[in-house]
Design a protein around this ligand. Structure first.
Ligand SMILES: Nc1ncnc2c1ncn2[C@@H]1O[C@H](COP(=O)(O)OP(=O)(O)OP(=O)(O)O)[C@@H](O)[C@H]1O
Length: 251
């Protein structure tokens, strides 16, 4: 858990005259859960868009496992092993949990329904889907239509669809948005479990989630990364307290 799998070097992003990302350096280590926090409008979503290929950097480099991905299209970035989990937009509501995950696993293997020829390959797909369902704790919902799941179950399924592509790095965009306390606790447990052998980069507004889930936290304020460290280091960092967290979080 030491070498960086995702590295940003001197990344800038401007929209016309608006200079939003102002020379960001960031190292996400292989296998860590890394959170980016910061006040509203700091540029967190923009940073995610830059990593996932929705935006091209105005300057600077973005490296995934040593390869430049800055400026590539989202599909290309995805092929290189970076997957982004959006709210619940990747789910097909009219088919079951099992069928959703089977589609995602088949996509990874480049299989299509009409070209299922070899039963052995199909068996592998089924096994992989069953493993995923178990990991997502959705066993009792395997044959339920995705549209009939609760919101947090849909989020779990969505995260599972992202996992199915076996990415090197997963970007989780506000995974707890719109969740109740109970759903949040469930999802934190789930993310902790699925992240065991993965690298996660998370943007999340719920500070109790961030501080309990992240191995390291980076703080973005007005487009600049003002600190990176363990939750304890960030909590105690005077600059972070002044710029963002306030005194109460240190208590
Ligand atoms: N396509 C765009 N064109 C112009 N300005 C943009 C664009 N996208 C984002 N911005 C501006 O960049 C700034 C940062 O926005 P961004 O959404 O990245 O911040 P954020 O930290 O994710 O905020 P929040 O926590 O509220 O989601 C904002 O002032 C926003 O208006």
């Amino acid at each position: 858990m030491s070498d960086p799998i995702l590295r940003l070097e001197g990344v800038h992003k401007s929209f016309g005259p608006a200079h939003i990302i102002r020379g960001v350096d960031l190292e996400v280590r292989r296998g860590e859960r890394h959170a980016v926090i910061g006040p509203n409008g700091a540029g967190k979503s923009t940073l995610f868009h830059l990593c996932s290929g929705e935006f091209a950097p105005s300057s600077g480099r973005i490296l995934l496992d040593g390869q430049e991905i800055g400026g590539m299209k989202p599909a290309e970035v995805n092929c290189r092993g970076l997957a982004r989990s959006f709210q619940i937009t990747n789910i097909f509501p009219g088919i079951s949990v099992f069928e959703n995950l089977r589609l995602a696993v088949m996509r990874k293997h480049g299989l299509q329904f009409t070209f299922w020829r070899r039963v052995s390959r199909l068996d592998n797909v089924t096994q992989e889907v069953e493993g995923l369902i178990e990991r997502l704790r959705l066993g009792h919902r395997a044959h339920t239509l995705a549209s009939q799941l609760s919101y947090s179950e849909q989020r779990s399924l969505e995260i599972g669809m992202t996992l199915a592509s076996d990415p090197k790095v997963i970007l989780l965009d506000e995974p707890m948005a719109g969740m109740s306390q109970e759903e949040t606790e469930y999802t934190v447990g789930l993310i902790r479990e699925i992240a065991e052998d993965r690298t996660l980069l998370i943007v999340e507004h719920d500070m109790s989630v961030v501080f309990s889930l992240a191995d390291r936290i980076s703080v973005l304020v007005y487009g600049e990364m003002i600190a990176t460290g363990t939750p304890k280091e960030i909590r105690e960092n005077p600059q972070v307290k002044e710029a963002y967290l306030g005194e109460e979080v240190a208590a």
